[in-house]
Design a protein around this ligand. Sequence first.
Ligand SMILES: Cc1cc2nc3c(=O)[nH]c(=O)nc-3n(C[C@H](O)[C@H](O)[C@H](O)COP(=O)(O)OP(=O)(O)OC[C@H]3O[C@@H](n4cnc5c(N)ncnc54)[C@H](O)[C@@H]3O)c2cc1C
Length: 375
Amino acid sequence: MTNLKKWDIIVIGGGLAGLCTALHLANNNCKVCLIEKTDYPHHKVCGEYVSNEVLPYLQSLGIDPFSIGAKKINKFEFTDKSGFPLNVNLPLGGFGLSRYAFDNLIYQTLKNKATIVFDTVEKIDFDKNQFTVSTQSKTVYKTDFVVGSFGKRSNIDSFLKRDFMKQTSSWLAVKSHYEYDLPEDTVALHNFNGGYCGLSKTETNAVNACYLTTFKSFKKYGDIKNFQKKELSKNPFLEKFFREATPIFKNPLTISQISFNKKMPVENHIFMVGDSAGLIHPLCGNGMAMAIKSAQIFSNIFLKAFQNNSFDRLKLEEAYTKKWQNEFGERLKTGRLIQRVLLNPYASKIGFSMARAVPSIVPKIIKKTHGTKSL
Ligand SMILES: Cc1cc2nc3c(=O)[nH]c(=O)nc-3n(C[C@H](O)[C@H](O)[C@H](O)COP(=O)(O)OP(=O)(O)OC[C@H]3O[C@@H](n4cnc5c(N)ncnc54)[C@H](O)[C@@H]3O)c2cc1C
């Protein structure tokens, strides 16, 4: 058993939130250890449309998504279940980039600046103002501060007995890449009974198709092929897509038990960033930007204390919780409301009619789930 205490902070989980936190802190002379369970690069279930909101911050970290071919996106196409389209310009715009490439780009920038360990964390204990982090390979790490960036649902959430794990969640998601002729400046969202499917181009020119649905809708059809053919394809846009597109992955990637329930930004003295702190409904297309932004918020607060060498744990926790709530509280509420409207057949009919009559309300609603493009 190893006993190591040589880092200012340990970051657990190397998705976008963890990678950006580790990079931001390492760029500012912190000794950082990042523990991630899967080697890079790897695909993830995600819509792969990133809001420009975080572009200045990414650039400040030395990350340029366009250097690896990210597609500039400034148009939004939205269809209702019958395929009736609504096209608007995106207020901020964004870019299309696969998680395979995006996470790996940040990892490559980080890898010589921090200690990166590939292992699965099993336990995080806090005692006498110190953390003990234990991994599957029986390594034990000691540190004063821990960042939890282990995503929307992890074995660590069970270990910590977090409240949201006690509630059931019926959401599942499917994602795959396809060869298909989709305009590269457009992100599309197509509604179907029980869910919605996003389409956008990535750096390889592949179209990423990612849909979220309820287990109740899915189980009637038994398998992905049948579900896509018989349910998603009731929307003519999706019918055309699944008929004409050529799959690139051997099999689609799937995840289940996706929870949108409330979480706390600090639990057991662990600073939660990204989805570990809260997940916005994916149809808002803003989870990645929020994950990256929460890394920025946490890092700025932590660095202030680090640079003054004065850590008051409870004050740090209070400051982070307050800033997190101010930044994301309203967005999450709006996301929940949009989700409810879109999945209720009656409410979504009214919502679509209103949006058709006054299309300018769509960018206004989008703005309510996004922040501003600033450092
Ligand atoms: C269906 C769907 C579609 C989406 N589409 C979009 C979209 O188009 N645009 C957008 O902005 N957002 C989208 N999102 C949201 C977005 O994917 C997330 O908000 C984002 O991935 C959060 O990043 P993260 O770093 O918090 O978590 P993750 O990217 O999930 O990273 C968590 C990391 O922690 C690691 N980990 C977990 N447990 C352990 C452990 N015990 N030990 C070590 N490592 C561990 C995992 O391996 C993983 O790498 C979508 C989400 C879903 C579900």
